[in-house]
Design a protein. Structure first.
Ligand code: SF4
Length: 229
């Protein structure tokens, strides 16, 4: 597999700070028909336009999606739903995200996860959110053009609230209830926009639809301001 290097966090892929997640990566069985050698099985770097005005933040790599391919939201149902719609909304050069070397590029959008290693049951521990927050903070500092933080799912939203609290931008998490397409203006001028996760479950139950996700993407672009020249 291509050796990925995070454009913002070059040391990230070597991180082994969370023993439970390191153990899980070492023992996670591959999906039927695949081999462990096909899997990335390391912290998953962020991906996209480092000058983006919109930063999409998810929860954590999917076991057989991003953890296999090495790119956020790539190789599982959440990404299969999301990437064609990102393309439709003008954020990418192609509709599919299949592999980390598939020539996909993002425009005005950067994507990363709150926790960079796949957690058992898709549920990071509070200590793992805390441990990985340092990377999230560094991304937040380095993505200097970001005007909109678009969070997918309640857990990612809360993770970003903790980030903002750690930076003195908010005081009480309870003042920022999660809601689909709900937006908060922060003291630094950035917008925090919440969205349901694009998980297969949410898609199958109709909690999120192509139309409602496109609406959130339009909202994000509108909040970011006029198109870049
Ligand atoms: S979750 Fe984050 S802090 Fe923990 S091992 Fe992975 S990269 Fe390091």
């Amino acid at each position: 597999m291509t050796d990925l290097c995070d454009p913002l966090l070059p040391q990230l892929i070597h991180c082994q700070c969370c023993p439970r997640l390191v153990d899980y990566l070492a023992t996670l069985p591959p999906k039927r028909g695949r081999t462990r050698e096909e899997y990335w099985n390391r912290p998953v770097p962020g991906f996209g336009d480092v000058n983006a005005r919109i930063w999409l933040v998810g929860l954590a790599p999917g076991a057989h999606g991003a953890n296999r391919t090495g790119r956020p939201f790539t190789g599982d149902g959440a990404g299969d739903f999301m990437y064609p719609l990102l393309h439709q909304a003008g954020f990418s050069n192609q509709p599919d995200s299949v592999r980390c070397d598939d020539a996909l590029t993002l425009n005005d959008l950067y994507i990363s996860n709150s926790v960079k290693c796949v957690p058992p049951g898709n549920k990071p521990l509070a200590s793992e959110f805390h441990q990985c927050r340092d990377y999230l903070v560094r991304e937040w500092h380095q993505l200097e053009q970001v005007k909109v933080i678009l969070t997918l799912g309640r857990d990612a939203f809360i993770s970003v609230l903790h980030l903002l609290k750690s930076q003195g931008l908010i005081t009480r998490l309870a003042d920022y209830p999660f809601g689909h397409d709900v937006c908060y203006t922060l003291d630094n001028g950035q917008q925090l926009l919440a969205c349901y996760h694009t998980s297969r479950y949410n898609v199958q139950t109709g909690r999120i639809t192509p139309a409602s996700f496109l609406q959130v993407l339009r909202h994000a672009r509108q909040l970011a301001g006029a198109d870049r020249g």
